[in-house]
Design a binder for this molecule. Structure first.
Ligand SMILES: [Zn+2]
Length: 328
């Protein structure tokens, strides 16, 4: 039943969601060395296990996938396949995020990288009942100068496939201070702002992301649970939390599904959406996540409320929002 519900996914990383058979196929075709060319063995290597101790451990899983996403063809193919997989579970709209800074090994320009992903989206939109846009992720562990370059080079795609900018990778305390200028510039260009915060770091990073960077959405935000000030700020600014339960449990930033605060936040009046974060690395899809949170006795009224509220927080145009409302 859950599989047939219309869905929206706002937080999904392209490089964390590459089909394992595709990694093997591209590696063979492009003579790229990967640890295994056998499906099961490679799966073991690129998927997170219970032994994962924190976010840093989790992030190491991306290296193999990134090694095969270095050409225009592979960028287009992987995007198309992600949307094909999403359409099978009735996802109607997806915001795909990735960091152009990680796809330059063959000297592709940021423009070429983003254009290739847009081509993948266009191809999928023609074939499946799904629409998508891109969120440009900027790496917190790379230079601010290169972040400036990325947003400048990619601004021509705003409204034509690109909708927002994000800060990603290891979350250290007070990171927002380092990116005030670049996010301000991005806003001037017309990018929407969503920021990974309150995932590994504390609730203070969520407060900073809203107050210093003007985030309209927060990736994860799970760490605000026990802080009144952060909860009130999120509510007051109507910031949506893009929550990713399995990912948080795997990185030891949440204990289990039972105590995961998704439903608690929703009942408290916080805007929340459910997401996979990384389909391959976490070995999940959105249907699993909905099932794990709502269970068999899914409350359809609540599900509809969350779906409708999520539409309001999508960074797409009004026409797409109208289209999304037709499914519920
Ligand atoms: Zn994420």
């Amino acid at each position: 039943m859950i599989n047939t519900l219309p869905k929206i996914e706002l937080h999904c990383h392209l490089d964390g969601s590459v089909r394992i058979e595709t990694i093997i196929d591209i590696a063979k075709k492009e003579n790229i060395e990967i640890p295994y060319y056998d499906y099961e063995k490679l799966k073991d290597k690129v998927t997170v296990k219970d032994t994962c101790s924190n976010l840093n451990d989790y992030l190491e899983k991306f290296d193999i996938a990134n090694s095969v996403i270095q050409t225009k063809e592979s960028l287009e193919r992987i995007t198309y396949e992600l949307l094909e997989d999403a359409s099978i579970e009735n996802i109607k709209y997806m915001e795909i995020r990735f960091a152009p800074q990680l796809h330059t090994k063959n000297n592709l320009t940021y423009k070429e990288i983003v254009k290739s992903v847009i081509n993948g989206i266009k191809k999928a939109e023609k074939e499946f009942e799904i629409k998508a846009n891109i969120i440009i992720s900027l790496m917190r562990n790379l230079s601010v100068e290169s972040a400036f370059e990325v947003i400048k080079e990619c601004k021509e795609f705003l409204g034509k496939g690109v909708v927002a900018v994000d800060l990603v990778s290891v979350e250290y305390e007070g990171f927002s201070n380092d990116f005030i200028d670049v996010i301000k510039k991005a806003k001037e260009y017309g990018y929407n702002i969503t920021i990974h915060a309150g995932e590994q770091g504390s609730y203070k990073n969520v407060i900073d992301a809203i107050n210093l960077l003007g985030a309209k959405r927060i990736g994860h935000g799970v760490k605000i649970e026990n802080n009144k000030e952060a909860i009130e700020l999120v509510k007051k600014n109507n910031v949506l939390l893009e929550m990713c339960p399995t990912s948080n449990i795997q990185t030891k930033n949440a204990t289990d599904f039972k105590s995961y605060p998704f439903y608690k936040f929703f009942k408290d009046g916080i805007s929340v959406s459910l997401n996979t974060d990384n389909r391959t690395v976490s070995d999940i899809n959105l249907t699993n996540e909905i099932d794990s949170i709502f269970g068999n006795d899914i409350n359809l009224e609540d599900y509809k409320k969350i779906y409708k509220n999520t539409i309001k927080h999508c960074f797409c145009d009004e026409q797409t929002k109208k289209w999304l409302k037709e499914f519920i």
